[in-house]
Design a protein around this ligand. Structure first.
Ligand SMILES: [Zn+2]
Length: 53
């Protein structure tokens, strides 16, 4: 399977790694991957393309 979203950039912050990506539909998306592991936090997940199963 091909991933639909494209990673645009990554930024290391004090909280973790912020990953900016663009969804297949064109929406901008931000994910925060916490330092030391843990669940990534998605800000503005695309409801259209990433609807929960
Ligand atoms: Zn989308």
């Amino acid at each position: 399977m091909t991933q639909q979203s494209r990673t645009l950039s990554r930024h290391l912050t004090s909280d973790g790694v912020v990953v900016w990506s663009r969804c297949a539909c064109g929406r901008l998306r931000m994910d925060l991957v916490p330092r030391g592991g843990g669940k990534p936090i998605s800000a503005g997940p695309c409801a259209r393309c990433h609807a929960p199963a």
